[in-house]
Design a protein around this ligand. Structure first.
Ligand code: RIB
Length: 311
């Protein structure tokens, strides 16, 4: 089993399903409210674990009722809590999510404890970094935790996937040396200034990201699939599958978690992108973020049916 380190967020999602998003000042009549384990880090960790990786999550919660939702999820998934720290002085991360009838979403995240993850706490996981196959991070924990994760992974030659979400100002040089950067269109525009509408734009944005030191760029383009630009000059647009979305929350996370497994298992790049696409495509057919991640058997079945790849 491949070993996957995640330095990432634990966030409880409070999701309201509504036929349409309310406009400013409107009260929309929704249909359902759901509490569940989310957070980009946790969603990616869950996707990677269900897709076949052994995951070590480095993260932090508060000590409150939301913490229990997160820890119960880890127990249920049989995922390691060895490096999940607790800080009583702050709340567990939370997110308010609205999902409309098209499956689109709007999210407000409160990072809380995730922002208190220290470099020393990341360092404490050094033993497990040493022989891990990949590190995956996002931008939902403290800056120092992300910088330390990068430092440790580079010390041991562990490939790094950085999902630059949610977009925000980043420390100088953070992208330099990143093996795989995985923005969506909006994040790619934020970091490059290039609005990404089509494949040509994705190519231009990717070149800018390469110039910042990113080795391989993967821009997720929602229903259109993913654009890849490698350090060896290989470029490809991989279309997504034919499954119908009901809730796109966590789709990017599903892609990233699946891609982490593919990198850890050293799949050829085309297969890796298709494997990750399958994880994302299945996740959006279900409501919720963390809990919507598919099992490896489901991913392999779709990979074979849609892309004609048998692993
Ligand atoms: O990417 C989806 C996630 O973003 C949600 O689970 C929410 O917690 C926010 O972090």
């Amino acid at each position: 089993m491949s070993k996957i380190m995640v330095v990432g967020s634990l966030i409880v999602d409070v999701a309201a399903y509504t036929p349409h998003f309310p406009i400013v000042g409107e009260t929309a009549l929704g249909t359902k409210l759901k509490f569940g384990p989310g957070g980009k880090g946790n969603n990616q960790a869950t996707a990677a674990s269900r897709a076949g990786g052994e995951v070590f999550m480095v993260s932090k919660t508060g000590k409150d009722f939301l913490q229990k939702i997160m820890l119960d999820h880890y127990e249920g998934e049989k995922m390691s809590t060895k490096y999940i720290y607790e800080d009583e002085s702050v709340g567990t991360g939370s997110a308010l999510i609205e999902i409309d009838d098209n499956g689109d979403n709007r999210i407000v995240v409160i990072k809380d404890a995730n922002d208190k993850l220290t470099a020393a706490e990341v360092d404490n996981a050094e033993e497990d970094f040493k022989d891990s196959d990949v590190l995956i991070m996002q931008l939902e924990t403290s800056e120092e935790s992300i910088l330390e994760g990068k430092k440790l992974a580079q010390k041991y030659g562990v490939p790094i996937i950085l999902n630059p979400a949610p977009f925000q100002a980043i420390p100088d040089g953070l992208f330099d040396g990143i093996d795989y950067l995985t923005p969506n269109e909006t994040e790619a525009e934020f970091f490059t200034g290039i609005p990404v509408v089509d494949e040509n734009d994705a190519e231009k944005a990717a070149q800018k990201l390469h110039a910042m030191g990113v080795k391989n760029v993967i821009i997720t383009l929602g229903k259109r699939g993913v654009y890849y630009s490698g350090e060896d000059g290989y470029k490809v647009l991989v279309p997504t599958t034919d499954l119908k979305a009901v809730d796109s929350t966590g789709a990017g996370d599903a892609f990233n978690g699946g891609f982490a497994v593919a990198v850890a298992e050293k799949m050829p790049v085309d297969t890796a992108l298709k494997f990750a696409n399958c994880v994302a495509s299945i996740s959006v057919t279900r409501q919720g973020s963390g809990p919507s991640m598919p099992k490896r058997e489901e991913v392999l079945e779709l990979l074979e049916r849609f892309y004609k790849i048998k692993l």
